[in-house]
Ligand binder design. Structure first.
Ligand code: SF4
Length: 373
């Protein structure tokens, strides 16, 4: 079993906080991009060997901008070239302003069975400074409509926003819980240097984000999700009735995946490869058959640290046996592990190390302390 990710690098407008790879001026080369994605799909079948694709994920950028013909062309290429599991999880990221009955029917026809809706906040003021293309009203109607049309749903929210209190965050959580998606991803706002948000804060047009507020809001999130019947199966991901994201769970469990499109990453168990995050360079590389990616062979230390970082964030934790690479784990690792157990940050169960509720509040720090230098 393996995952297939397709990156659609187009967006209507630039959200102030975003540092993903996308372009808002793509009309001149849109067709060339779609054909390059198709060509890359056809040329990289061997990457997954005999493994069947169990999850297909259209991310971006904004895949909900794809026309019916563009989506069909890409999906047909996937089905014609790859071995696909019959019970595939097929997710498409969609922005609320792109969700209509017509679009939902079109996605359903194409085989999409799960939508990831980038909602971010129910407060119009937040959506305004974030420069989101949708309104607070559209957020609600999009979730309702998608639910009525039978899609499995995951909805993204962002917490720790400048100027936002615990009460505002509580309002957002409660509003979303009422709409009842089966999966919620809640991410803490990070201010990346090259973003418009960073400039807004530097100019004093928005206040600095407060780490204390962010921690308080994370704790509130955990307790609200628990009391509303959502299980925290990964630090930022919550599911009702085990509606876990299979695609993301594959990443966290170290299962192989193939990434297609500019900036997409691939992993085959031994190496990691990433496509150039530049649309014209990607198209040129694919068209002229020149190198359009970089690659690194992972050392035992890299694999060890990655498994720890991703695994510890999940409710399944990390299987200690899976960490037995050449020369690892070290004596220091076990010493540090014992001290985390003493402080009730980690428990060990049937050969797996798992973060406690207290440990989840410091997940990345704990993983970093266990890393091999
Ligand atoms: S729509 Fe998504 S990918 Fe595009 S700019 Fe906004 S956050 Fe980034």
């Amino acid at each position: 079993m393996a995952g297939l990710y397709i990156h659609i690098p187009f967006c209507k407008q630039k959200c102030t906080y975003c540092d993903f790879h996308f372009s808002t001026t793509f009309s001149a080369y849109r067709e060339k991009m779609i054909h390059s994605i198709v060509k890359e799909l056809e040329s990289r079948v061997a990457y997954l060997g005999k493994q069947k694709v169990s999850t297909l994920y259209f991310g971006g950028g904004t895949p909900s901008l794809l026309s019916k013909e563009e989506l069909k062309l890409i999906v047909d290429t996937v089905y014609q070239n790859y071995r696909i599991e019959s019970e595939i999880e097929f997710t498409l990221e969609a922005n609320p302003d792109d969700i209509s009955i017509e679009q939902l029917l079109m996605w359903k026809n194409a085989g999409v069975n799960r939508l990831s809706i980038g909602l971010q906040s129910f407060l119009q003021e937040d959506l305004d400074w974030m420069n989101r293309a949708h309104t607070a009203e559209e957020s609600e109607s999009a979730v309702r409509l998608a639910k009525e049309h039978g899609f499995s749903l995951t909805v993204d929210l962002i917490y720790g926003l400048p100027n936002r209190t615990k009460f505002d965050w509580e309002y957002n959580i409660e509003k979303l819980v009422k709409l009842g998606p089966d999966h919620i991803s809640a991410y803490c706002l990070t201010v990346e240097k090259q973003t418009a948000l960073h400039k807004l804060i530097e100019k004093g047009e928005l206040p600095e984000v407060s780490e204390d507020n962010q921690s308080d809001q994370f704790e509130l999130l955990i307790s609200k999700m628990k009391s509303s019947g959502y299980q925290q199966y990964e630090i930022s991901n919550f599911a009702k009735e085990e509606a876990y994201s299979k695609h993301n769970s594959n990443y966290w469990k170290g299962i192989h995946y193939l990434g297609i499109g500019p900036s997409a990453h691939s992993f085959d168990g031994e190496s990691r490869r990433w496509n150039v995050a530049n649309n014209p360079k990607y198209i040129k590389g694919i068209t002229e058959n020149t190198i359009y990616y970089e690659e690194e062979i992972l050392t035992p230390k890299d694999r060890f640290n990655e498994l720890l970082l991703t695994g510890l964030r999940t409710k399944w934790g990390v299987n200690l046996e899976s960490l037995s690479f050449k020369h690892c784990p070290s004596k220091e690792f076990y010493k540090q592990l014992e001290s985390f157990k003493e402080f009730d940050l980690i428990i060990e169960e049937e050969g797996r190390i798992i973060l406690t509720e207290k440990g989840k509040l410091q997940a990345d720090h704990i993983a970093a302390m266990l890393f091999l230098e």
